[in-house]
Design a protein around this ligand. Structure first.
Ligand code: ARG
Ligand code: ZN
Length: 873
């Protein structure tokens, strides 16, 4: 069944209060729900009451305490219908029973490593009790949880704890939680289990005393300290930057080891994939620390953007997700390096969102229809959604943006809102018409902006011509121009000052392109400038601007915008890589110009900003080059080209890279701060390039760094470079050593799985098949599956896209195998086929055959069925 935005109508009934009594049991958990229901004045007066369910079993039912006659209702696993419910407020009592241990979908109430937990977004609450499981039904919840005291000494719910105690004469105990803030069912959560806790007091800027805490597997509490610290910093930042205070007496974060996504913002009780909580220098990398900080912040920020103000319906998902991603990106930029953060965010956007938007799964940031909402937690909704907020801010300016946010928080607090209501706040705050800007939410596809410049020395003028277009996407054959803020500047060839100006460019350097084409005329341009456009990537577009190598070098050297300095290096490399991917025996010597540019850059900048330098040294990924080529892609050719360039650059820069490795080495104990992480990233980038240039020298450095590392970042970096060395017994011995050291650390072994699954060589598929039989692997744990199978499909272009089709066949097998137990994870894996139409002809054949084989399976889940049909469509 297809759900359509145009069909939205308010619920016929509302549920003001929910009283739950959950008696936890491994296989028979009973849930008694008392729902205070009333007809919705905005709904139909004579409608039946149809509550949602999913695999539910009804034990008992009563209206205002009286059992219903059998012909007054119908109960199936999917629905509970009252044919003629009271037309005045009433209390509906429902008792259901569920089996948490058998719940392999990890939606609703399930057990993870012996811990009871829940995941209700998007439609999981209906797997616990019958309900109006839609985000515009807001209720106040009281939850009583009961369990064996030995099995689940910790019992957590949403809101504030109000009572707890033993149940006399039994081995059981209980806790009662009350959440005063009305919320939709998808924000409901409970947790029960044996957990260790780290906590600290927190006083909000507006004077509320709260306790903030992180719960983890027993014995791992030192690994929770960083998450708690990140939480406190997130709370302060939201007070300072958005004026948002926390609103309960406690804030709890719980780490669980089986989780479909990253984390979940349940009110007052965030539940996390443990990968995004647990960190110690010995088990987590700098990247892990940064991810933990970002995701802790993201889920916390949802308290206002998502929870206090939620979504009217799931089409509005970007209202909370895009905005909250924007907020977490800004937090990380403030806490770390703004330029490096932006480069990372743009890399993610280009690696994940651009391909999605160019393929069969392309959809608008606000979709207009869906078959399975879980398939719309996408890079488009999240990352492009965040880009829209970023553009809104640059379009109307920071001051009006801040006013608009305040208006939104004030006006929409306590409501289930829409994108229109959100935009109305900014239209009002800025006095502008944002109806054209709103097209970003409705139109799918990545706009392409062609830019060209013309200098007139005589008239001392410079003209920039800009033209935008967007290719058709599924269901949208015709595209209209969108509002594109272009942050730009002109750079003098010698790096000196240019006083060029144009009335069409605002003081803050932004020009708004809102029609198909336009041009900007600059006057008083003393010498031929180099245009620097889309600074900071001011819009989620592809930019086509043909600058000469010399002009790109000018930008790499002199641009005042660090993002565009980095971009200039990337553009230089991309052009070379695309060219070399077109020849059968790429000659690395062609990279000499690039190598010299990078060398000059390093000499001037490396020590001042190592994190930024590491980004400049890091060549565009194989996936980015493939996107650039766009049709009849041969991943082997791309890999050969990239390898040749890396080998040449590594050789040419060897001396400087060795020097930098020494200069950046540190004897201080590990600290995850951004500056220290930046030095490690450049040292490790240097290691990678040295090894690319000379595998013998690389092997020696790898062995030493691996052995001497006092932290996971450096040890894992060595292991990753090891994976790229030519096959040898020593290479395998290092993998074995890593396994032996960390055999008791599943999250560390995930890194070991991921690195091996990404090895760009013939035997990798066999290796992956072998690793699936390793005792450390588990097909029911999403982290294990993503590390091994996901890494193979997404980070190993040559092997997943093997010309013989075996990579595709393997993924199809995995999707089919997983669909029976965890459809969400299966569907997510299947999206790896998203670029199949851009591949070479024989690969397309293999991919299509694999997709058709999946499609032909009977009883596919809606999740997999939706993705497979759109992928083929
Ligand atoms: N709201 C969560 C977050 O963005 C993601 C939950 C996704 N859940 C799902 N079933 N698709 O942090
Ligand atoms: Zn989110």
């Amino acid at each position: 069944p297809v759900v359509r935005l145009v069909d939205y109508r308010p619920s016929d009934f509302l549920i003001d209060r929910v009283e739950l009594d959950v008696r936890l049991h491994p296989s028979e958990t009973r849930i008694k729900a008392i729902l205070s229901i009333r007809p919705n004045p905005a709904g139909r007066a004579d409608a039946p009451l149809i509550l949602d369910g999913d695999e539910l079993r009804l034990l008992d039912l009563a209206v205002d305490g009286t059992a219903l006659p059998p012909d007054a209702f119908a109960a199936t696993p999917q629905n509970l219908t009252l044919f003629d419910p009271p037309r005045a407020p009433f209390r509906l009592t429902i008792e259901t029973v569920v089996d948490p241990s058998a719940n392999t979908k990890l939606m609703g109430l399930y057990r993870s490593g012996g811990v009871y937990c829940t995941q209700c977004e998007a439609e999981g609450f209906r797997r616990i009790t019958y309900f109006l499981d839609r985000p515009d039904v807001l209720s106040v919840y009281t939850t009583r949880i009961e369990a064996e005291a030995g099995e689940a000494p910790v019992l957590l719910g949403n809101g504030n704890p109000v009572a707890a105690g033993a149940i006399p004469g039994t081995s059981r105990h209980f806790a009662v939680w009350e959440d005063p803030h009305p919320k939709p069912a998808y924000l409901f959560a409970i947790v029960g289990g044996r957990l260790d806790r780290v906590a600290e007091p927190y006083r909000t800027a507006d004077g509320r005393d709260a306790e903030i805490a992180v719960y983890v597997e027993p014995g791992k509490s030192e690994r929770a300290a960083f998450a708690l610290d990140a939480l406190r910093r997130s709370m302060r930042w939201d007070e300072r930057v958005f004026g948002r205070n926390y609103d309960l007496d406690v804030f709890n974060v719980v780490a669980v080891s089986d989780f479909n996504m990253g984390a979940m913002e349940n009110k007052g009780l965030n539940i996390f994939n443990d990968k995004y909580v647990l960190a110690s220098p010995q088990t987590a990398t700098d990247t892990d620390y940064a991810n933990i900080e970002a995701i802790i912040a993201h889920e916390y920020f949802h308290n206002w953007t998502g929870n206090r103000i939620t979504c009217r319906d799931w089409f509005q998902l970007c209202l909370k997700e895009g905005l909250t991603v924007f907020r977490d990106q800004e937090f990380s930029a403030d806490e770390r390096s703004r330029a490096v953060q932006r480069i990372g965010d743009v890399r993610t956007l280009r690696a994940r969102q651009f391909p999605e938007d160019a393929g069969p799964l392309s959809h608008p940031v606000r979709p207009t229809e869906y078959r399975e909402i879980n398939n719309f937690y996408t890079a488009t909704v999240y990352e492009k959604g965040a880009e829209i907020i970023r553009m809104l801010k640059s379009h109307i300016g920071a001051a009006d943006f801040a006013r608009g946010m305040n208006l939104y928080f004030e006006r929409c607090d306590g409501t289930a809102a829409t994108v229109e209501e959100f935009l109305a706040c900014f239209a009002e705050a800025s006095g502008r018409d944002l109806s054209h800007f709103a097209r970003w939410y409705a139109q799918a596809g990545t706009p392409r902006v062609v830019v060209s410049g013309t200098y007139d020395a005589g008239g001392r003028t410079y003209r920039l011509d800009l033209a935008q277009s967007t290719a058709p996407t599924p269901g949208q054959p015709l595209k209209e121009p969108v509002v594109i803020p272009v942050a730009l500047g002109l750079v003098a060839e010698d790096g000196g000052r240019l006083d060029a100006h144009s009335p069409r460019v605002r003081d803050d350097g932004v020009f708004v392109l809102d029609r198909a084409s336009d041009s900007i005329l600059f006057s008083d341009v003393a010498s031929r400038p180099v245009p620097s456009v889309f600074r900071g990537l001011s819009a989620p577009v592809r930019v086509a601007l043909d600058l000469s190598d010399a002009d790109l070098l000018t930008l790499l050297r002199h641009d005042t915008d660090p993002f565009n300095r980095w971009q200039a290096g990337q553009s230089l490399a991309t052009r070379l890589l695309v060219r070399l991917a077109g020849v059968s025996r790429p000659d690395g010597a062609e990279a000499e110009g690039l190598a010299q540019a990078l060398l000059a850059f390093l000499r001037g900048n490396a020590e001042a900003d190592p994190a930024f330098a590491a980004q400049v040294l890091s060549l565009p990924s194989e996936a980015e080059i493939a996107q650039e080529i766009a049709a009849d892609v041969d991943p082997d050719a791309i890999h050969r080209a990239r390898k040749a360039v890396r080998a040449h650059v590594g050789g040419a820069l060897r001396g400087e890279l060795m020097r930098l490795r020494d200069a950046l080495a540190s004897s201080a104990p590990y600290s995850p701060d951004a500056a220290s992480a930046g030095r490690r990233s450049l040292r490790n980038m240097a290691l990678e390039l040295i090894a690319a240039g000379d595998s013998g020298a690389g092997a020696g450095l790898v062995a030493a760094q691996y052995r001497d590392a006092d932290n996971m970042t450096d040890r894992l970096a060595a292991l990753a470079v090891n994976a790229g060395l030519p096959p040898s017994a020593e290479r395998e011995a290092l993998f074995q050593d890593f396994y032996d050291r960390y055999r008791a650390e599943p999250l560390v072994l995930d890194k070991w799985f991921a690195i091996q699954a990404a090895m760009p060589e013939d035997g990798t598929l066999e290796r992956v098949l072998r690793l699936m039989n390793d005792p450390a692997f588990s097909i029911t744990n999403p982290n294990r599956v993503r590390s091994l199978v996901g890494s193979f499909a997404l980070n190993n272009a040559t092997q997943f896209h093997r010309a013989d089709g075996r990579g595709y066949a393997f993924l199809a097998d995995m999707v089919v195998a997983l669909d029976g137990t965890n459809p969400q994870v299966a569907a997510r894996l299947l999206t790896a086929f998203g670029t199949w139409r851009t591949m070479s002809a024989e690969r397309r054949q293999g991919a299509e055959a694999a997709l058709r084989r999946v499609a032909s399976k009977p009883d596919l889940s809606p999740d997999v069925s939706d993705i497979v049909h759109r992928s083929l469509g």
